[in-house]
Design a protein around this ligand. Structure first.
Ligand code: FES
Length: 391
């Protein structure tokens, strides 16, 4: 609109704009649907606060169970939030008075409209034991929106990805392979998949089929406890990675012990940090690398001030994270990745001292200065007082 035109319009015309608009609004039908910005609808679909899902299928794998989750329309979830192959969801669980979460990588391809998660049978796995003993078709649960950064980003990653998987660490890669075959993702995936024996290879038949169907997928099985024709033997070493990773990005998913080992192997190859990506750790467990950093067998007093105005004084073991102590007390604290990555469990350390393992230290600089911690990977070294925003 030109300046000349605006100058030519009599000023009284502007004075009538608001009354005319009011009259139009008042005369509108009460039934008339209100306009909602598409971007708000999209944001809500992509980032729902909670998703109600129901188990629609359960499959037995070698040492794990595969659960298919579909929207629970009865509870108001009509469709599941979209995700990128390699992301995870966090399950909201209530076990023996504890309120806790557990992250699981999604195995399904993003196009299916359902989520698939694999839960390994673990000795003394508090949540996994509960899930695998209790979840059946029809079980209803709440899950988070899909989260995490372990996915292929063409602007950041090479068009060739060397995926290194150990055991159940195959979960995000099966999703990526499925997404490549269905045309949602477009990159070359060379999978170095370590299992102890041939029998323990998860998704074996499907991996063979995906490899046959699509020239962008190649799978190399590595068996540590068996020597068999057609398989590599031993561990996924620097030599083996080096055979495939020229110009490629390296993605790693497996146990915490495997991460320590692979980190040394990729260091031998001199790969820059930006080319090697590790999936979120899962629950951080203190190990050899933390020796001398915490006193074992101690129980401290943890005072938790929540945003509903309550104060809880609870025990906190020195070998468990502050988050676990809070969950054990039945306080529903926010969390998703449980490995320092998402920042969802952010809490303010008002007093006391904590140990934060170096590999889980991902706090923002401001948070470090202002005394915030990620409760999921902070271990008490003394009595502590924290404030936490609960849901
Ligand atoms: S739960 Fe993600 S940083 Fe703690």
């Amino acid at each position: 609109m030109s300046k000349d035109y605006l100058n030519s319009v009599p000023a009284e015309r502007f004075a009538t704009i608001i009354p005319r608009r009011r009259a139009i609004i008042e005369s509108a039908s009460a039934e008339m649907p209100r306009y909602e910005y598409n971007v708000n609808v999209l944001a809500r679909d992509l980032h729902p606060k909670v998703q109600h899902v129901v188990v629609s299928d359960v499959k037995e794998l070698f040492n794990a169970r595969l659960y298919t989750l579909v929207p629970d329309k009865e509870l108001g979830t009509d469709k599941l939030a979209y995700f990128q192959a390699g992301q995870y969801i966090s399950l909201d669980l209530s076990i023996d008075g504890s309120r806790l979460t557990r992250p699981y990588s999604l195995c399904s391809a993003p196009s299916t409209g359902e989520y698939q998660i694999m839960v390994k049978n673990m000795k003394n796995g508090f949540a996994s034991e509960y899930i695998n003993s209790n979840f059946r078709v029809g079980t209803k649960i709440d899950v988070s929106e899909p989260s995490g950064f372990f996915y292929h980003e063409p602007l950041r990653d090479s068009g060739k990805v060397v995926g290194i998987a150990g055991g159940s660490g195959i979960a995000p890669f099966i999703s990526m392979a499925r997404a490549i075959v269905s045309g949602i993702e477009d990159f070359e995936l060379i999978l170095l998949y370590g299992s102890r024996t041939e029998e323990e290879i998860l998704f074996r038949e499907e991996l063979d089929e995906l490899e046959k169907k699509c020239s962008k997928i190649k799978v190399i099985h590595v068996l540590s406890d068996e020597e068999r024709e057609g398989y590599r033997h031993g561990f996924i070493s620097a030599d083996l990675i080096g055979e495939f990773c020229e110009d490629g990005s390296v993605f790693v998913c497996g146990s915490q012990g495997m991460y320590d080992y692979i980190r040394k192997e990729t260091d031998k190859l001199g790969l820059p940090i930006k080319r090697v990506r590790f999936d979120a750790y899962g629950e951080y467990r203190l190990g050899k690398r933390d020796e001398g950093k915490v006193e074992t067998g101690k129980v401290y007093e943890l005072t938790v001030k929540t945003n509903d105005g309550l104060t809880h004084v609870i025990p906190a073991r020195s070998d468990e994270s502050i988050l676990v102590a809070v969950e054990r007390a039945g306080i529903k604290a926010p969390s998703k990745c449980r490995s320092g990555e998402c920042g969802w469990c952010r809490a303010r350390l008002v007093s006391g001292e904590v140990y934060i393992p170096e590999m889980t230290e991902r706090r923002r600089q401001y948070d470090k200065v202002a005394g915030y911690i990620h409760a999921c990977c902070s271990f008490p070294l003394s009595d502590c007082v924290i404030t936490i925003n609960c849901e």
